[in-house]
Design a protein around this ligand. Structure first.
Ligand code: GDP
Length: 303
């Protein structure tokens, strides 16, 4: 239900456009497909993903020339579902990380995208499902970042490992992992600085944090989670490009899906980068983080 509400704007935008696209048309012809192409691009699905979807629909329509425009929604829903399935083959059903202890999540992303909030919400959900969680404040660049993480720690009731502002982020990460091992924690979430001033510096910093963490937990980090603000549309795609070049991101969180009509970016990013969307943020509240479920997502979009 929170998902339905969160996707309302994207859904309404998409449907009002789809309805207009088929006015006066009974079959799905080239003109309808041209309109659809424009709709998907302006809904932030991205050009290459849009072309892929259009091509697939075109093929199906060519096979069965009698597809009426009333079928357009269903065809589109089908193809989006299929596309998401190709990149999110295993849906994440629970906030559980059974195989590793501690399971280490390194969170990356530029400032303002909702990184701290996502960490807080995630810690809350993990704790609620029975995990012992610790947070590491390795964004030592901004004093506010450390304070904010501490606030979330208090709110959720999980420990936060921090050092004074300006400390070496790798050293904070090291401390956090050592503390987690000593304390028998299940999940470690490490916040990192979101500076994108230059790619090499970012790469070096993230590599250093990883290397140091591996001195404590050999396979860490198990998850490199990139947080992106869905409401920024194409900017989110550009950030995804930058961060995937700097480090091996293997999970995405897309925030602020509520309040934006740019929810189509979820489809484009997932297709373009072949990285699973793992979490979506649908509000500012502590419970407004969901594990991404492609079926639910598409169903909400086409309800
Ligand atoms: P950071 O700089 O990346 O750590 O960003 P913050 O976590 O401080 O979040 C920036 C703002 O975005 C805050 O006002 C959050 O409440 C808000 N925010 C984060 N996630 C969501 C979301 O899913 N939906 C909405 N509406 N707001 C969000």
């Amino acid at each position: 239900e929170a998902l339905d509400k969160g996707l309302e704007k994207t859904k309404n935008g998409l449907f009002s456009k789809l309805t207009k696209a088929v006015i006066g048309k009974s079959t799905i012809d080239d003109e309808v497909l041209d309109n659809l192409e424009e709709i998907l691009v302006t809904s932030d699905v991205g050009v290459s993903t849009t072309l892929k979807i259009i091509e697939r629909i075109q093929e199906r329509v060519a096979r069965d020339k009698f597809f009426g425009t009333s079928e357009l929604n269903n065809l589109l829903k089908d193809e989006i579902q299929q596309l998401l399935a190709e990149n999110n083959s295993n849906d994440f059903e629970k906030f559980e990380y059974g195989n590793y202890k501690p399971y280490v999540i390194m969170v990356v992303g530029v400032n303002g995208v909702g990184k701290t909030t996502t960490i807080g919400k995630l810690a809350h959900q993990l704790k609620a499902s029975g995990n012992k969680v610790v947070l590491g404040a390795a964004d030592t660049f901004r004093a506010a970042a450390v304070d904010q993480l501490k606030l979330w720690g208090e709110r959720v009731g999980v420990r936060v490992v921090a050092q004074p502002m300006g400390s070496d982020p790798a050293s904070v990460a090291f401390d956090t992992l050592q503390s987690a091992v000593a304390n028998g924690d299940d999940v470690v979430i490490i916040d990192t600085a979101g500076r994108l001033h230059n790619k090499v510096a970012l790469m070096n910093e993230l590599t250093k944090i990883k290397t140091v963490m591996q001195k404590v937990v050999p396979n860490a980090p198990h998850e490199i989670l990139l947080v992106l603000d869905a409401s920024t549309g194409q900017n989110a795609i550009e950030q995804c490009k930058q961060f995937t070049q700097a480090t091996d991101v293997n999970a995405l969180a897309l925030t602020k899906l509520d309040g934006t009509a740019k929810g189509g970016v979820v489809i484009g990013i997932s297709d373009q980068f072949k990285i699973p969307v793992k979490y979506i943020g649908v509000g500012e509240g502590i419970d407004d983080l969901q594990l991404f479920d492609r079926k639910e997502f598409v169903n909400s979009l086409f309800k």
